[in-house]
Write a protein that binds this ligand. Structure first.
Ligand code: SF4
Length: 211
C-alpha cells in the first residue's frame, strides 16, 4: 500500500508565522509537482506588507532561485510597480501554486498550467499566507489567480482593473499576469499592455493610500 500523502493543511504549524510556514512548505508533497520542481517557492515580502500580489506559479528562473517573481516576468512586474508608485519591498508576492510545473522541449523547460487538483492541493499555503499577511489590497495576476481567489467564472479580459467584493481583503482586484505582456506579438502591443497593467496597479495603489 502506498503511504498516505499528507495534505498541505496538515503540514501547517500550530502557531503559524510566515517563516515557520515557509519552512514547513519546503517538505510539501501534497501533489506531484514537488517531483519536477527544484524546490518550493514560497511567497516573500517586506516588513508588514499591506498589499499582496498573487500569480500562478513559479517559472524557470524562480524554480532555480527559490524566490518568486525574479525572472523576466518579475522584472517587468518590478518596472510596472515602480511606475505605479509601489515599492516592491513594501508588498508581498506569491503564487497560487508553489512548485514549477513544466514539460521538456529540447533542453528547455516549458511552463505548463497547473490543473484544478494541484491548485486545490496547494491552496492551504496560499490561504495561510493571506491570513498571516492580512492585506488591505489583494491583486490577482492572471486568470489562474483570479479564478482561484475571486471565482471560477471570473474573466480577466472583462473584469480586470475593477474592485470586486471579497472576504479576502477590503480591496481585491485582478489584472493580467506580467508574463502575458512578454508574450505580446509586437512592440506596440507590448507597450499598450504595459500601460494598462500599470494603470491597474496604480488603482490598487490608490486604494491602499485611501485606506
Ligand atoms: S505544488 Fe503546492 S501542494 Fe504541490 S507539492 Fe508543491 S507546495 Fe505542495
Amino acid at each position: 500500500m502506498p503511504k498516505k500523502r499528507d495534505s498541505a493543511a496538515e503540514l501547517i504549524p500550530d502557531r503559524p508565522t510566515l517563516p515557520r510556514v515557509r519552512d514547513a512548505a519546503k517538505d510539501c508533497h501534497a501533489c506531484d509537482l514537488w517531483k519536477r520542481g527544484t524546490q518550493t517557492v514560497f511567497g516573500e515580502g517586506g516588513k508588514s506588507p499591506r498589499m499582496i500580489l498573487v500569480g500562478e506559479q513559479p517559472g524557470d528562473a524562480e524554480d532555480l532561485a527559490g524566490h518568486p517573481f525574479v525572472g523576466p516576468a518579475g522584472k517587468l512586474l518590478d518596472r510596472a510597480l515602480a511606475d505605479a508608485g509601489i515599492d516592491r519591498r513594501s508588498v508581498y508576492v506569491t503564487n497560487v501554486v508553489k512548485h514549477f510545473k513544466w514539460e521538456p522541449r529540447g533542453k528547455r523547460r516549458i511552463h505548463k498550467k497547473p490543473n484544478a487538483a494541484e491548485i486545490s492541493a496547494c491552496r492551504p499555503w496560499l490561504d495561510t499566507e493571506i491570513a498571516l499577511v492580512n492585506p488591505r489590497v489583494v491583486v490577482c495576476l492572471g486568470a489562474t489567480a483570479a479564478q482561484a481567489l475571486i471565482g471560477p467564472k471570473f474573466k480577466v479580459t472583462t473584469g480586470r482593473g475593477e474592485f470586486v467584493p471579497s472576504a479576502l481583503a477590503p480591496f481585491v482586484i485582478a489584472t493580467v499576469h506580467p508574463s502575458s505582456i512578454l508574450r505580446a506579438p509586437d512592440e506596440e502591443t507590448r507597450h499598450e499592455e504595459m500601460k494598462r497593467f500599470t494603470a491597474d496597479l496604480r488603482k490598487a495603489a490608490r486604494a491602499l493610500s485611501s485606506s
